[in-house]
Design a protein around this ligand. Structure first.
Ligand SMILES: [Zn+2]
Length: 503
Protein backbone atom coordinates (compact mmCIF):
# COMPACT_ATOMS: atom_id res chain seq x y z
CA UNK A 1 0.00 0.00 0.00
CA UNK A 2 2.94 2.26 0.72
CA UNK A 3 3.90 2.96 -2.89
CA UNK A 4 0.37 3.78 -3.94
CA UNK A 5 -0.13 6.09 -0.99
CA UNK A 6 2.90 8.25 -1.57
CA UNK A 7 2.05 8.51 -5.26
CA UNK A 8 -1.53 9.48 -4.59
CA UNK A 9 -0.60 11.97 -1.92
CA UNK A 10 1.45 13.77 -4.53
CA UNK A 11 4.63 13.49 -2.51
CA UNK A 12 7.46 13.91 -4.95
CA UNK A 13 10.86 12.43 -4.34
CA UNK A 14 12.21 15.91 -4.77
CA UNK A 15 9.70 18.62 -4.06
CA UNK A 16 11.98 21.53 -4.90
CA UNK A 17 12.70 20.34 -8.41
CA UNK A 18 9.09 19.27 -8.96
CA UNK A 19 7.95 22.91 -8.85
CA UNK A 20 8.36 25.25 -11.81
CA UNK A 21 11.40 27.38 -11.05
CA UNK A 22 12.97 30.50 -12.48
CA UNK A 23 16.61 30.86 -11.51
CA UNK A 24 17.42 34.48 -12.14
CA UNK A 25 20.24 36.95 -11.93
CA UNK A 26 20.31 40.66 -12.72
CA UNK A 27 23.09 43.11 -13.35
CA UNK A 28 22.28 46.71 -12.41
CA UNK A 29 23.72 50.20 -12.32
CA UNK A 30 23.84 50.08 -8.51
CA UNK A 31 22.32 48.70 -5.33
CA UNK A 32 19.12 50.72 -4.98
CA UNK A 33 16.02 49.14 -6.48
CA UNK A 34 14.16 52.41 -6.97
CA UNK A 35 17.04 54.66 -8.02
CA UNK A 36 19.21 52.28 -10.00
CA UNK A 37 18.36 50.41 -13.17
CA UNK A 38 18.68 46.89 -14.57
CA UNK A 39 21.34 46.38 -17.27
CA UNK A 40 21.13 42.61 -17.80
CA UNK A 41 18.66 39.81 -17.02
CA UNK A 42 19.10 36.03 -17.18
CA UNK A 43 16.33 33.51 -16.53
CA UNK A 44 16.86 29.76 -16.38
CA UNK A 45 13.49 28.01 -16.45
CA UNK A 46 13.37 24.62 -14.73
CA UNK A 47 10.41 22.29 -15.01
CA UNK A 48 10.25 18.93 -13.25
CA UNK A 49 13.96 19.15 -12.50
CA UNK A 50 15.04 19.81 -16.07
CA UNK A 51 16.15 23.09 -17.66
CA UNK A 52 13.49 23.88 -20.25
CA UNK A 53 14.62 27.32 -21.29
CA UNK A 54 17.58 29.66 -20.91
CA UNK A 55 16.99 33.32 -21.65
CA UNK A 56 19.17 36.37 -21.29
CA UNK A 57 19.20 39.92 -22.52
CA UNK A 58 20.99 43.18 -22.02
CA UNK A 59 18.73 46.04 -20.96
CA UNK A 60 19.15 49.70 -21.79
CA UNK A 61 19.06 51.47 -18.37
CA UNK A 62 18.66 54.92 -19.98
CA UNK A 63 21.28 56.15 -17.53
CA UNK A 64 25.03 55.89 -17.22
CA UNK A 65 26.67 52.83 -15.68
CA UNK A 66 29.26 53.83 -13.02
CA UNK A 67 32.84 52.98 -14.12
CA UNK A 68 33.42 50.67 -11.14
CA UNK A 69 30.42 48.57 -12.14
CA UNK A 70 31.42 48.65 -15.81
CA UNK A 71 34.78 47.17 -14.90
CA UNK A 72 33.26 44.62 -12.49
CA UNK A 73 30.62 43.23 -14.91
CA UNK A 74 32.21 44.11 -18.22
CA UNK A 75 28.88 45.60 -19.30
CA UNK A 76 29.66 49.01 -20.78
CA UNK A 77 27.47 51.94 -21.73
CA UNK A 78 28.19 51.16 -25.37
CA UNK A 79 26.94 47.57 -24.98
CA UNK A 80 23.54 48.57 -23.62
CA UNK A 81 23.02 51.60 -25.89
CA UNK A 82 21.15 49.54 -28.47
CA UNK A 83 19.57 47.06 -26.03
CA UNK A 84 15.77 47.11 -25.48
CA UNK A 85 14.43 49.03 -22.51
CA UNK A 86 12.82 47.15 -19.61
CA UNK A 87 9.37 48.43 -20.58
CA UNK A 88 9.71 46.73 -23.97
CA UNK A 89 10.74 43.43 -22.41
CA UNK A 90 8.33 43.53 -19.49
CA UNK A 91 5.28 41.70 -20.93
CA UNK A 92 7.38 38.82 -22.25
CA UNK A 93 9.41 38.59 -19.05
CA UNK A 94 6.30 38.64 -16.89
CA UNK A 95 4.86 35.71 -18.81
CA UNK A 96 8.14 33.85 -18.43
CA UNK A 97 8.17 34.33 -14.65
CA UNK A 98 4.48 33.76 -13.92
CA UNK A 99 3.80 30.85 -11.55
CA UNK A 100 7.46 30.14 -11.03
CA UNK A 101 9.32 30.21 -7.76
CA UNK A 102 12.03 32.80 -8.28
CA UNK A 103 15.43 31.68 -7.09
CA UNK A 104 18.34 34.07 -6.80
CA UNK A 105 21.42 34.67 -4.73
CA UNK A 106 20.21 37.27 -2.24
CA UNK A 107 16.79 37.13 -3.86
CA UNK A 108 15.54 40.24 -2.07
CA UNK A 109 17.85 42.29 -4.25
CA UNK A 110 16.76 40.79 -7.58
CA UNK A 111 13.11 40.50 -6.62
CA UNK A 112 13.08 44.10 -5.39
CA UNK A 113 14.56 45.35 -8.67
CA UNK A 114 12.09 43.30 -10.72
CA UNK A 115 9.06 44.46 -8.75
CA UNK A 116 10.13 48.10 -9.05
CA UNK A 117 10.89 47.80 -12.76
CA UNK A 118 7.59 46.04 -13.50
CA UNK A 119 5.74 48.69 -11.49
CA UNK A 120 7.41 51.43 -13.56
CA UNK A 121 6.19 49.57 -16.67
CA UNK A 122 2.68 49.56 -15.21
CA UNK A 123 2.68 45.84 -14.40
CA UNK A 124 2.11 44.04 -11.12
CA UNK A 125 4.54 41.30 -10.33
CA UNK A 126 4.41 38.95 -7.38
CA UNK A 127 6.24 35.69 -6.87
CA UNK A 128 7.27 33.21 -4.26
CA UNK A 129 10.98 33.55 -3.78
CA UNK A 130 13.81 31.36 -2.63
CA UNK A 131 17.18 32.70 -1.63
CA UNK A 132 20.27 30.58 -2.30
CA UNK A 133 22.27 32.54 0.30
CA UNK A 134 19.79 31.46 2.97
CA UNK A 135 19.67 27.97 1.51
CA UNK A 136 23.45 27.71 1.67
CA UNK A 137 23.44 29.02 5.24
CA UNK A 138 20.85 26.41 6.26
CA UNK A 139 22.53 23.51 4.50
CA UNK A 140 26.18 24.37 5.18
CA UNK A 141 26.07 25.95 8.65
CA UNK A 142 29.75 25.25 9.27
CA UNK A 143 30.75 27.45 6.36
CA UNK A 144 31.41 31.05 7.53
CA UNK A 145 30.67 32.70 4.18
CA UNK A 146 27.95 32.15 1.58
CA UNK A 147 28.65 34.64 -1.18
CA UNK A 148 28.80 33.39 -4.75
CA UNK A 149 32.60 33.18 -4.87
CA UNK A 150 32.56 31.08 -1.69
CA UNK A 151 29.98 28.73 -3.20
CA UNK A 152 32.01 28.38 -6.39
CA UNK A 153 35.16 27.53 -4.40
CA UNK A 154 33.41 25.29 -1.86
CA UNK A 155 31.62 23.15 -4.47
CA UNK A 156 34.06 23.57 -7.37
CA UNK A 157 31.31 25.03 -9.55
CA UNK A 158 31.94 26.13 -13.11
CA UNK A 159 31.23 29.78 -13.83
CA UNK A 160 31.65 30.63 -17.50
CA UNK A 161 31.14 34.38 -16.95
CA UNK A 162 31.35 35.66 -13.40
CA UNK A 163 29.39 38.89 -12.73
CA UNK A 164 27.37 38.42 -15.87
CA UNK A 165 23.70 37.54 -15.39
CA UNK A 166 23.68 34.16 -17.11
CA UNK A 167 27.06 33.07 -15.77
CA UNK A 168 25.96 33.68 -12.19
CA UNK A 169 22.53 32.09 -12.70
CA UNK A 170 24.22 28.96 -14.04
CA UNK A 171 26.26 28.76 -10.86
CA UNK A 172 23.04 28.75 -8.82
CA UNK A 173 21.61 25.85 -10.81
CA UNK A 174 24.84 23.90 -10.22
CA UNK A 175 24.71 24.77 -6.53
CA UNK A 176 21.15 23.41 -6.20
CA UNK A 177 22.14 20.11 -7.80
CA UNK A 178 25.24 19.94 -5.67
CA UNK A 179 23.23 20.57 -2.49
CA UNK A 180 20.71 17.87 -3.44
CA UNK A 181 23.40 15.27 -4.01
CA UNK A 182 25.48 16.21 -0.97
CA UNK A 183 22.74 16.88 1.58
CA UNK A 184 19.96 14.69 0.18
CA UNK A 185 16.46 15.61 -0.97
CA UNK A 186 14.98 15.51 2.51
CA UNK A 187 17.36 18.10 3.95
CA UNK A 188 17.04 20.40 0.95
CA UNK A 189 13.25 20.16 1.00
CA UNK A 190 13.16 20.95 4.71
CA UNK A 191 15.36 24.01 4.22
CA UNK A 192 13.24 25.16 1.27
CA UNK A 193 10.03 24.60 3.23
CA UNK A 194 11.34 26.65 6.11
CA UNK A 195 11.97 29.54 3.74
CA UNK A 196 8.74 29.56 1.76
CA UNK A 197 5.62 30.97 3.28
CA UNK A 198 2.46 28.89 3.43
CA UNK A 199 0.05 29.92 0.70
CA UNK A 200 -3.54 30.56 1.73
CA UNK A 201 -6.68 28.80 0.50
CA UNK A 202 -7.74 29.42 -3.12
CA UNK A 203 -9.96 32.54 -3.11
CA UNK A 204 -13.08 30.68 -4.30
CA UNK A 205 -13.05 28.35 -1.30
CA UNK A 206 -14.68 29.16 1.96
CA UNK A 207 -12.64 28.38 5.08
CA UNK A 208 -15.76 27.22 6.92
CA UNK A 209 -16.56 24.78 4.12
CA UNK A 210 -13.10 23.23 4.44
CA UNK A 211 -13.31 23.16 8.23
CA UNK A 212 -16.56 21.18 7.95
CA UNK A 213 -14.78 18.29 6.21
CA UNK A 214 -14.21 15.46 8.70
CA UNK A 215 -10.64 14.32 9.23
CA UNK A 216 -11.82 10.76 8.59
CA UNK A 217 -11.49 8.24 5.73
CA UNK A 218 -13.24 9.04 2.49
CA UNK A 219 -13.15 10.39 -1.02
CA UNK A 220 -13.02 14.09 -1.91
CA UNK A 221 -13.97 15.96 -5.07
CA UNK A 222 -12.67 19.23 -6.51
CA UNK A 223 -14.94 20.99 -8.94
CA UNK A 224 -14.07 23.88 -11.24
CA UNK A 225 -16.17 26.31 -13.27
CA UNK A 226 -19.59 24.95 -14.24
CA UNK A 227 -19.07 22.17 -11.71
CA UNK A 228 -16.59 20.39 -13.98
CA UNK A 229 -14.90 17.56 -12.04
CA UNK A 230 -11.24 18.51 -11.63
CA UNK A 231 -9.86 15.92 -9.29
CA UNK A 232 -10.95 13.00 -7.11
CA UNK A 233 -8.73 11.78 -4.31
CA UNK A 234 -8.94 9.56 -1.26
CA UNK A 235 -7.45 9.69 2.18
CA UNK A 236 -7.90 8.32 5.64
CA UNK A 237 -7.65 11.97 6.81
CA UNK A 238 -9.92 13.87 4.44
CA UNK A 239 -9.55 17.42 5.75
CA UNK A 240 -5.78 17.32 6.15
CA UNK A 241 -5.43 15.84 2.69
CA UNK A 242 -7.64 18.48 1.08
CA UNK A 243 -5.68 21.23 2.83
CA UNK A 244 -2.37 19.73 1.74
CA UNK A 245 -3.33 20.47 -1.88
CA UNK A 246 -3.30 24.17 -1.05
CA UNK A 247 -0.90 24.52 1.81
CA UNK A 248 1.94 22.32 0.63
CA UNK A 249 5.05 24.43 0.81
CA UNK A 250 6.14 23.44 -2.60
CA UNK A 251 3.52 22.37 -5.02
CA UNK A 252 3.94 20.69 -8.36
CA UNK A 253 2.63 22.59 -11.37
CA UNK A 254 -0.35 20.21 -11.45
CA UNK A 255 -1.19 21.07 -7.83
CA UNK A 256 -0.95 24.75 -8.64
CA UNK A 257 -3.28 24.32 -11.61
CA UNK A 258 -5.78 22.50 -9.41
CA UNK A 259 -5.56 25.21 -6.72
CA UNK A 260 -6.20 27.91 -9.32
CA UNK A 261 -9.14 26.16 -10.93
CA UNK A 262 -10.98 24.81 -7.87
CA UNK A 263 -14.35 26.42 -7.06
CA UNK A 264 -16.01 23.86 -4.81
CA UNK A 265 -15.00 20.89 -2.65
CA UNK A 266 -17.23 17.95 -1.84
CA UNK A 267 -16.60 14.66 -0.08
CA UNK A 268 -18.00 11.23 0.81
CA UNK A 269 -17.06 9.71 4.12
CA UNK A 270 -16.26 5.98 4.19
CA UNK A 271 -15.88 3.62 7.12
CA UNK A 272 -12.27 2.89 6.29
CA UNK A 273 -9.40 2.89 3.89
CA UNK A 274 -10.60 0.09 1.59
CA UNK A 275 -13.94 1.79 1.00
CA UNK A 276 -12.11 5.02 0.11
CA UNK A 277 -9.76 3.19 -2.28
CA UNK A 278 -12.57 1.32 -4.04
CA UNK A 279 -14.79 4.38 -4.34
CA UNK A 280 -11.96 6.52 -5.64
CA UNK A 281 -11.06 4.02 -8.38
CA UNK A 282 -14.72 3.67 -9.32
CA UNK A 283 -15.62 7.38 -9.27
CA UNK A 284 -12.57 8.45 -11.25
CA UNK A 285 -13.69 6.18 -14.07
CA UNK A 286 -17.26 7.47 -14.10
CA UNK A 287 -16.48 11.19 -13.58
CA UNK A 288 -13.18 11.33 -15.55
CA UNK A 289 -11.76 14.35 -13.70
CA UNK A 290 -9.25 16.36 -15.71
CA UNK A 291 -6.36 15.98 -13.28
CA UNK A 292 -6.62 12.26 -12.43
CA UNK A 293 -4.17 10.74 -14.84
CA UNK A 294 -3.31 7.48 -13.09
CA UNK A 295 -6.71 5.98 -12.46
CA UNK A 296 -8.38 7.31 -15.59
CA UNK A 297 -6.80 4.76 -17.87
CA UNK A 298 -9.29 2.40 -19.37
CA UNK A 299 -9.20 0.28 -22.48
CA UNK A 300 -8.38 -3.18 -23.59
CA UNK A 301 -6.44 -5.31 -21.22
CA UNK A 302 -4.09 -8.02 -22.37
CA UNK A 303 -2.80 -10.94 -20.45
CA UNK A 304 -0.71 -13.97 -21.31
CA UNK A 305 -2.73 -17.13 -21.22
CA UNK A 306 -1.10 -20.51 -20.95
CA UNK A 307 -3.21 -23.15 -22.60
CA UNK A 308 -3.81 -26.40 -20.69
CA UNK A 309 -1.22 -29.09 -21.28
CA UNK A 310 -3.51 -31.30 -23.48
CA UNK A 311 -3.29 -28.84 -26.37
CA UNK A 312 0.45 -29.13 -26.73
CA UNK A 313 0.51 -32.94 -26.68
CA UNK A 314 -1.76 -33.11 -29.69
CA UNK A 315 0.04 -35.66 -31.88
CA UNK A 316 -1.37 -34.36 -35.16
CA UNK A 317 0.86 -31.29 -34.95
CA UNK A 318 4.62 -31.38 -35.52
CA UNK A 319 6.41 -31.18 -32.15
CA UNK A 320 8.23 -27.88 -32.79
CA UNK A 321 5.02 -26.14 -33.82
CA UNK A 322 3.43 -26.63 -30.40
CA UNK A 323 2.12 -23.41 -29.03
CA UNK A 324 2.11 -23.65 -25.30
CA UNK A 325 1.54 -19.96 -24.88
CA UNK A 326 -1.06 -17.84 -26.51
CA UNK A 327 -1.78 -14.13 -26.17
CA UNK A 328 -5.30 -13.40 -25.30
CA UNK A 329 -6.84 -9.93 -25.57
CA UNK A 330 -9.36 -9.28 -22.88
CA UNK A 331 -12.07 -6.70 -22.77
CA UNK A 332 -12.17 -4.68 -19.55
CA UNK A 333 -15.93 -4.37 -19.73
CA UNK A 334 -16.43 -8.10 -19.31
CA UNK A 335 -15.62 -10.05 -16.17
CA UNK A 336 -12.76 -12.48 -16.61
CA UNK A 337 -13.74 -15.96 -17.54
CA UNK A 338 -12.15 -18.60 -15.42
CA UNK A 339 -12.10 -21.56 -17.75
CA UNK A 340 -9.10 -23.44 -16.51
CA UNK A 341 -6.55 -21.32 -18.37
CA UNK A 342 -3.79 -19.82 -16.26
CA UNK A 343 -3.40 -16.12 -16.81
CA UNK A 344 -0.26 -14.05 -16.33
CA UNK A 345 0.07 -10.32 -16.00
CA UNK A 346 -2.28 -7.48 -16.83
CA UNK A 347 -0.82 -5.50 -19.71
CA UNK A 348 -2.00 -2.24 -21.16
CA UNK A 349 -1.30 -3.41 -24.69
CA UNK A 350 -0.52 -6.52 -26.68
CA UNK A 351 2.87 -5.03 -27.49
CA UNK A 352 3.77 -4.70 -23.80
CA UNK A 353 2.79 -8.33 -23.26
CA UNK A 354 4.89 -9.45 -26.23
CA UNK A 355 7.90 -7.41 -25.12
CA UNK A 356 7.66 -8.92 -21.66
CA UNK A 357 7.56 -12.42 -23.14
CA UNK A 358 10.57 -11.72 -25.37
CA UNK A 359 12.60 -10.42 -22.43
CA UNK A 360 11.65 -13.47 -20.38
CA UNK A 361 12.59 -15.75 -23.27
CA UNK A 362 16.06 -14.16 -23.49
CA UNK A 363 16.64 -14.35 -19.74
CA UNK A 364 15.52 -17.96 -19.47
CA UNK A 365 16.67 -19.24 -22.87
CA UNK A 366 13.16 -20.15 -23.90
CA UNK A 367 12.25 -20.88 -27.52
CA UNK A 368 10.23 -18.13 -29.20
CA UNK A 369 9.49 -20.46 -32.09
CA UNK A 370 7.98 -23.04 -29.77
CA UNK A 371 6.07 -20.29 -28.01
CA UNK A 372 4.60 -19.28 -31.34
CA UNK A 373 6.17 -15.82 -31.24
CA UNK A 374 8.47 -16.51 -34.16
CA UNK A 375 7.84 -18.30 -37.42
CA UNK A 376 8.98 -21.89 -37.34
CA UNK A 377 11.96 -23.12 -39.27
CA UNK A 378 11.47 -26.17 -41.42
CA UNK A 379 14.62 -27.81 -40.12
CA UNK A 380 13.63 -27.47 -36.47
CA UNK A 381 16.28 -25.47 -34.63
CA UNK A 382 15.48 -21.78 -34.38
CA UNK A 383 17.89 -18.94 -35.10
CA UNK A 384 18.09 -17.93 -31.45
CA UNK A 385 19.33 -21.43 -30.63
CA UNK A 386 22.26 -20.89 -32.99
CA UNK A 387 23.23 -17.76 -31.09
CA UNK A 388 22.65 -19.47 -27.72
CA UNK A 389 19.59 -17.51 -26.78
CA UNK A 390 17.37 -20.60 -26.87
CA UNK A 391 18.27 -23.71 -24.89
CA UNK A 392 17.16 -25.87 -27.82
CA UNK A 393 13.75 -27.42 -27.31
CA UNK A 394 13.34 -26.78 -31.04
CA UNK A 395 16.49 -28.84 -31.80
CA UNK A 396 15.48 -31.70 -29.56
CA UNK A 397 18.05 -30.75 -26.89
CA UNK A 398 15.39 -30.27 -24.28
CA UNK A 399 12.05 -31.98 -23.83
CA UNK A 400 8.86 -30.04 -24.39
CA UNK A 401 7.86 -30.81 -20.81
CA UNK A 402 11.12 -29.39 -19.42
CA UNK A 403 10.72 -26.28 -21.57
CA UNK A 404 7.15 -25.93 -20.42
CA UNK A 405 8.12 -26.22 -16.80
CA UNK A 406 10.81 -23.57 -17.19
CA UNK A 407 8.32 -21.32 -18.91
CA UNK A 408 5.83 -21.68 -16.08
CA UNK A 409 8.56 -20.89 -13.55
CA UNK A 410 9.67 -17.83 -15.50
CA UNK A 411 6.09 -16.57 -15.64
CA UNK A 412 5.12 -17.52 -12.11
CA UNK A 413 5.83 -14.13 -10.55
CA UNK A 414 3.30 -12.55 -12.90
CA UNK A 415 0.55 -15.05 -12.35
CA UNK A 416 -2.87 -13.54 -12.13
CA UNK A 417 -4.38 -14.32 -8.76
CA UNK A 418 -7.32 -16.63 -9.16
CA UNK A 419 -10.48 -15.68 -7.32
CA UNK A 420 -10.26 -18.04 -4.33
CA UNK A 421 -13.92 -18.02 -3.26
CA UNK A 422 -16.85 -20.01 -4.73
CA UNK A 423 -18.88 -16.81 -5.22
CA UNK A 424 -19.09 -13.21 -4.02
CA UNK A 425 -17.63 -12.07 -0.72
CA UNK A 426 -18.22 -9.19 1.62
CA UNK A 427 -15.40 -7.30 3.31
CA UNK A 428 -16.43 -5.62 6.51
CA UNK A 429 -14.98 -2.29 7.53
CA UNK A 430 -15.77 -0.30 10.63
CA UNK A 431 -15.30 3.40 11.27
CA UNK A 432 -12.90 3.74 14.20
CA UNK A 433 -14.73 6.71 15.72
CA UNK A 434 -18.42 6.24 14.92
CA UNK A 435 -18.40 2.41 14.75
CA UNK A 436 -20.48 2.73 11.58
CA UNK A 437 -20.03 -0.45 9.56
CA UNK A 438 -19.88 -1.00 5.82
CA UNK A 439 -19.67 -4.13 3.71
CA UNK A 440 -17.88 -4.00 0.36
CA UNK A 441 -19.23 -6.65 -1.97
CA UNK A 442 -16.73 -8.20 -4.37
CA UNK A 443 -17.06 -10.98 -6.91
CA UNK A 444 -14.31 -12.27 -9.25
CA UNK A 445 -12.23 -9.22 -8.21
CA UNK A 446 -15.03 -6.93 -9.39
CA UNK A 447 -16.29 -4.35 -6.89
CA UNK A 448 -20.09 -4.49 -6.88
CA UNK A 449 -20.73 -1.77 -4.33
CA UNK A 450 -20.92 -1.06 -0.63
CA UNK A 451 -23.85 -2.04 1.57
CA UNK A 452 -24.72 -0.57 4.95
CA UNK A 453 -27.72 -2.84 5.65
CA UNK A 454 -29.35 -6.11 4.53
CA UNK A 455 -31.63 -4.54 1.93
CA UNK A 456 -28.69 -2.88 0.19
CA UNK A 457 -26.77 -6.14 0.30
CA UNK A 458 -29.70 -8.02 -1.30
CA UNK A 459 -29.92 -5.43 -4.07
CA UNK A 460 -26.20 -5.62 -4.80
CA UNK A 461 -26.30 -9.41 -4.96
CA UNK A 462 -29.36 -9.47 -7.21
CA UNK A 463 -27.78 -7.02 -9.67
CA UNK A 464 -24.47 -8.84 -9.50
CA UNK A 465 -24.37 -10.12 -13.09
CA UNK A 466 -25.13 -6.66 -14.49
CA UNK A 467 -22.65 -4.71 -12.43
CA UNK A 468 -19.63 -7.02 -12.71
CA UNK A 469 -16.93 -4.98 -14.39
CA UNK A 470 -13.31 -5.94 -14.13
CA UNK A 471 -11.01 -3.07 -13.26
CA UNK A 472 -7.24 -3.69 -13.03
CA UNK A 473 -6.79 -0.92 -10.45
CA UNK A 474 -9.43 -2.45 -8.19
CA UNK A 475 -7.98 -5.91 -8.79
CA UNK A 476 -4.53 -4.76 -7.67
CA UNK A 477 -5.72 -2.97 -4.56
CA UNK A 478 -7.95 -5.91 -3.58
CA UNK A 479 -5.13 -8.43 -4.02
CA UNK A 480 -2.98 -6.29 -1.73
CA UNK A 481 -5.78 -5.77 0.74
CA UNK A 482 -6.67 -9.45 0.97
CA UNK A 483 -3.19 -10.68 1.88
CA UNK A 484 -3.37 -12.61 5.20
CA UNK A 485 -1.27 -9.97 6.98
CA UNK A 486 -4.02 -7.38 6.56
CA UNK A 487 -6.53 -9.60 8.40
CA UNK A 488 -9.44 -8.38 6.32
CA UNK A 489 -12.86 -9.37 7.71
CA UNK A 490 -14.13 -11.48 4.82
CA UNK A 491 -17.64 -12.98 4.72
CA UNK A 492 -18.42 -15.66 2.14
CA UNK A 493 -21.63 -14.55 0.41
CA UNK A 494 -21.95 -17.51 -1.95
CA UNK A 495 -25.12 -18.94 -0.40
CA UNK A 496 -26.52 -15.50 0.21
CA UNK A 497 -26.09 -14.74 -3.47
CA UNK A 498 -27.85 -17.93 -4.56
CA UNK A 499 -30.81 -17.13 -2.32
CA UNK A 500 -30.90 -13.55 -3.62
CA UNK A 501 -30.88 -14.83 -7.19
CA UNK A 502 -33.74 -17.25 -6.44
CA UNK A 503 -35.78 -14.55 -4.72
ZN1 LIG B 1 14.43 -22.53 -30.25
Amino acid sequence: MQAVDSEQLGVQANQLLASPLAIIDLETTGGHAHLDRITEIAVIEVDAGVITNVWQTLVNPHTGIPPTIQSLTGITNAMVADAPSFATLAPDLLERLTNRIVIAHNVRFDYGFLKAAFAQAGLTYQARTLCTVRLSRALYPASPRHNLDTLIARHQLQCPARHRALGDAQVLWQFLQCALSEQGHRAVDAAVRAQLKQPSLPPALDRAQIDAIPDAPGVYFFYGDNDTPLYIGKSIHLRSRVLSHFSADLRSSREMQIARAVRRVDWIRTAGELGALLKEAQLVKTHLPIFNRQLRRTGTLTSIVLNPREDSTNTRVAPHAHRTVQLHIEDLAKPLDHSGAIRYGLFRSKRTALNTLRTLADTHQLCLQTLGLEQSNTNGACFRHQIQRCAGVCAGKESAIAHDTRLRLALSAMQFVRWPWPGPIGIREQDQTTEHEEMHVIDQWCYLGTATDDTELQTLLQRRQLSMRFDPDQYKLLVRYLTPARRARVIDLHEHAQQAQAA
